[in-house]
Ligand binder design. Structure first.
Ligand code: ADP
Ligand code: TYD
Length: 210
């Protein structure tokens, strides 16, 4: 596979993914790494259709949702993520296969279908699940902006959280307790990233294009 490091951040809406992507990127850049922060759904052709669904402007069966998210992901991998990894960059992606496994199964799709639709997606080197209760997350989201269709549904958020916890039990996601201060959470994430960087021999001096 590629030379860089592929990190994903997962969790229910408002758990702190953007906050920790930003803090982690800043820290890695200071160490000399080239970092790409990106997220799903994307602003590509399929991603834009997904965003219309999230705004409640378009309704499709959940099986179609599964394929839309996996198609958007395939586009994202081919055009954004893999080229950056091949150049040796650290890629921090907010949401990935873990989101489809958590959200689309919570919305009624079978786990088998989600796994099949995502069978070709590259595995991340590190995948974090930032866990907060739906109540805490909803309060954080409301402070910031208008919630989307999925965010308004607290019962859905509860099932999504259970879906994430199943992935943690399988060893697919690394559990991070999100009910602490930003500083404590970020320290735990950095420690795991540092360990991974050491084991993959990617050092701060190995910058983009070198
Ligand atoms: P997400 O990207 O998962 O939707 P954000 O990073 O946008 O979440 O965080 C949502 C809100 O919660 C923001 O206002 C952010 O500053 C705040 N926040 C994030 N992490 C924490 C934390 N550990 N404690 C308190 N507030 C937090
Ligand atoms: P996100 O962009 O994280 O929302 P925001 O920026 O508003 O916090 O994600 C949008 C929504 O898409 C979120 O509710 C989760 C959902 N989603 C899925 O249902 N399946 C997926 O595979 C992905 C990537 C996201």
């Amino acid at each position: 596979m590629a030379r860089g490091l592929f990190i994903t951040l997962e969790g229910i809406d408002g758990c702190g993914k953007s906050t920790h992507a930003r803090l982690l990127a800043r820290w890695l850049r200071r160490k000399g790494f080239s970092v790409l922060c990106t997220d799903e759904p994307t602003d590509g052709l399929v991603g834009r259709t997904i965003k219309r669904i999230l705004k409640g402007k378009l309704h499709v069966p959940v099986e179609v949702e599964v394929f839309l998210f996996s198609a958007d992901r395939a586009w994202h991998l081919a055009n954004v993520i893999l080229p950056a990894l091949e150049r040796g960059w650290v890629v921090i992606n907010e949401r990935y296969v873990g989101s489809s496994l958590a959200y689309q199964t919570a919305r009624g799709a079978s786990e088998r279908l989600v796994r099949k639709a995502n069978a070709l997606a590259a595995n991340p080197d590190l995948a974090f699940f930032i866990d907060v209760s739906p109540e805490v997350a909803a309060k954080r989201v409301r402070r910031d902006r208008k919630p989307d269709e999925f965010e308004r549904d607290t019962e859905l958020q509860r099932r999504v959280r259970q879906g994430y916890l199943r992935q943690v039990r399988r060893g697919e996601l690394r559990y991070v307790d999100g009910n602490r201060s930003k500083e404590e959470i970020q320290a735990e994430i950095r420690e795991a990233v540092e360990k991974k960087l050491r084991s993959t021999c990617l050092s701060g001096r190995q910058k983009a294009g070198t």
